[in-house]
Design a protein around this ligand. Structure first.
Ligand code: ZN
Length: 278
């Protein structure tokens, strides 16, 4: 199943070009708010399986918004791929490096982002959406708490992030538009192996990052175990699960985003984000 935010309304995606409006199809039981799917995730999934109108109506991709527009909590994980830990010069820690991206930075899968002062870098990431919340979740139960995946970019302004005596992750990664997500949330049953997906991004057609989600240091169940050991996870939370190698700050010479460039971020079986810069 795929669900999306089409012009602020929750939709079931029935093909890459067609969607069913959930509020209309459910007589108001779910929707129109895209967040309403997560308040009763198992009820929503059960209802969605009864939808027989698989045709839907045509939509324009440019009308898709952030699929989870108001997550209660946004978790983001640093240095979660070995080769990125090496390029960034961070030894892996015994706990995942955890910060937040403030929700006002969320934008959709087809967005234009204004570059602030500084050096803006790219980080393509698998974003995990929580369906069922919990505290102290066991590893064998972790997948039961996952609603699905979407593609994310953890855009990062490196000057503010790195100029102080401590890294300034959360603020430097929360300018307006710095958290593109989308194009939709795809449930884990749609994948042959949801733990091993190709993940990549390219600027104006030139590949910058190219890896697989199976190379995470802390895999998705382990992230859910470690985060929920401390914080209660809530329905509709999202987790940016870390980026592979190939960021601009680790290149020689360093390379950052410039006005007029287009960044395309892709995850196998999920889809792609198109982010333009001005
Ligand atoms: Zn990141």
């Amino acid at each position: 199943m795929r669900i999306a935010n089409l012009g602020g309304r929750l939709v079931l995606i029935t093909s890459d070009e067609t969607a069913v409006d959930v509020a209309a199809a459910s007589d108001g039981r779910f929707g129109p708010d895209p967040m309403s799917a997560y308040g009763d995730w198992s009820g929503f999934r059960a209802w969605a399986e009864t939808v027989t109108d698989a045709s839907g109506e045509a939509f324009a991709r440019t009308d898709l918004g952030a699929p989870v527009p108001r997550p209660p909590q946004v978790f983001a994980i640093g240095v979660n791929y070995r080769e990125h830990a090496d390029e960034a010069g961070y030894p892996p820690d015994s706990l995942p490096v955890t910060f937040t991206k403030f929700p006002s930075s969320l934008t959709g899968p087809d967005a234009t982002v204004t570059l602030p002062e500084g050096n803006v870098d790219w980080e393509v990431e698998l974003v995990v959406v929580i369906g069922r919340g919990g505290h102290g979740i066991a590893r064998e139960d972790a997948w039961d708490h996952v609603a699905g995946f979407t593609v994310g970019q953890d855009l990062s302004e490196r000057v503010a992030q790195l100029e102080g005596t401590r890294p300034q992750f959360s603020l430097a990664k929360s300018h307006p538009g710095f958290s593109p997500t989308g194009p939709w949330v795809v449930t884990p049953d749609e994948f042959d192996d949801p733990a091993d997906l190709a993940i990549s991004c390219a600027i104006d057609g030139q590949t910058m990052q190219d890896s697989r989600t199976s190379r995470m240091i802390y895999d998705i169940p382990e992230l859910i175990v470690r985060l929920s050991a401390v914080a209660s996870l809530l329905p509709g939370d999202i987790i940016f699960s870390g980026t592979p190698s190939g960021i601009g700050n680790a290149r020689t010479p360093k390379r950052f985003l410039s006005p007029g460039e287009t960044l395309v971020s892709t995850i196998e079986g999920v889809g792609e984000l198109t982010t333009r810069f001005r």
